[in-house]
Design a protein around this ligand. Structure first.
Ligand code: 13P
Ligand code: SF4
Length: 350
């Protein structure tokens, strides 16, 4: 079995110091005041995971919404769903551990079929992805046979298999603008569909966008009243929102964009305060990477993303249980891959 030398106190101290450098400014997650003791407590686990990664020829992809000790302690790549799907496509590793939610791991399996793709927790669903299945899309297609079917990446593999092109929050506008069809069937996010329709209209592009009825349980909850109250309390505040937010909230924000675009906006914008209408993990990343910025709270937690943990990642690496391994029927995988490949062809390259 394993032959590596036992972890010495000096190695644990060095690991705790490394973790503390990365996590020192992160304080958005309740109950996680990062200090040396907290880092020293998790150091045995992060060292073990990083050792297992080498032994198993594995990479760990971490979405920005998972806990910061995962992102900075053991992650190889961190980012939004578009970036992570690109990393999965380019990966040569034998094993991909996806610290995110199940639809993201499924997407990695579609793009990297030779790899063993594992999810730390099989229950890490998504209210959007779980709102419609392939049958539901087929029923909508029967009602609108002339429409081009666009699926948001927050969807299951069988929904992708029924779709013409996949999009992420970072490229949805550019890709739909490029499609020749006037009528678009967009699944599964009703609020993003409305935001896209309004954005295209502002650019002089009138498209009919028919959508199914899913919403994100995190972003659907933000309100204009929250923005109004925050602006009154914090003069000069910049409000940043994800396009899964309701259109009135997006309309009242200073910037609307994908997880990656929001990070870039905050890092490059001078303002006394920021209100982040998105998942708190993104605020954690910004606290770590842009400690000079001030956030006023108000973000929300995705319960699915928070099912990921270092312990579950270690177990999935060591000996994945059947429920942690992502498997897909090959003909379904090939059909789903077509719509994701179409996204890579149409997405802007910058
Ligand atoms: P991104 O595409 O911005 O990573 O968003 C994924 C997601 O689940 C947002 O809630
Ligand atoms: Fe799904 Fe919303 Fe969680 Fe993103 S934040 S994974 S869209 S439920």
């Amino acid at each position: 079995m394993e032959t590596s030398s036992p972890t010495t106190p000096a190695a644990l101290d060095a690991e705790a110091a490394r973790l503390l450098r990365a996590l020192l400014n992160v304080d958005c997650t309740p109950g996680h005041p990062w200090n040396y003791e907290a880092c020293r407590r998790i150091a045995p686990l992060t060292l073990e995971i990083n050792r297992l990664k080498k032994e198993k020829d594995a990479v760990i992809l971490t979405h920005s919404y998972v806990e910061p000790e995962i992102i900075y302690g053991v992650g190889d790549f961190k980012g939004d769903s578009y970036f992570l799907s690109l990393m999965a496509k380019q990966s040569q590793a034998k094993m991909i551990v996806f610290a995110g939610v199940v639809f993201m791991a499924e997407t990695a399996k579609i793009l990297s079929p030779a790899a063993t793709v594992v999810v730390p927790d099989r229950h890490s669903g998504c209210s959007l992805a779980d709102s419609i299945d392939g049958d539901g899309v087929r029923q909508l297609k029967a009602l609108y046979p002339d429409a081009t079917v666009v699926c948001y990446i927050n969807s299951t593999a069988d929904v992708k298999a029924e779709s013409d092109v996949c999009v992420t929050s970072g490229n949805v506008i550019d890709i739909i603008a490029k499609l020749p069809a006037r009528r678009i069937l967009f699944v599964p996010d009703r609020l993003m569909a409305e935001n896209v329709r309004l954005d295209l209209k502002r650019r002089g592009l009138a498209k009919e966008i028919i959508s199914s009825d899913g919403t994100c349980l995190v972003h659907d909850e933000f309100t204009v009243a929250q923005i109004t109250a925050a602006r009154a309390q914090f003069p000069g505040l910049k409000v940043v929102a994800h396009p899964e937010c309701p259109p009135d909230v997006a309309g009242a924000a200073d910037f609307v964009g994908s997880t990656g675009a929001m990070m870039k906006y905050v890092k490059t914008t001078t303002a006394p305060y920021f209100l982040m209408l998105t998942e708190c993990g993104l605020v954690g990343r910004l606290e770590a990477e842009a400690p000079e910025k001030h956030f006023i709270g108000g973000c929300r937690l995705c319960p699915y993303m928070k099912l990921n943990s270092l312990e579950k990642i270690r177990d999935a690496l060591l000996a994945p249980r059947p429920d942690q391994i992502v498997t897909l029927d090959e003909s379904l995988r090939l059909r789903a891959a077509r719509c994701i490949d179409r996204m890579f062809e149409l997405a802007p390259t910058d």
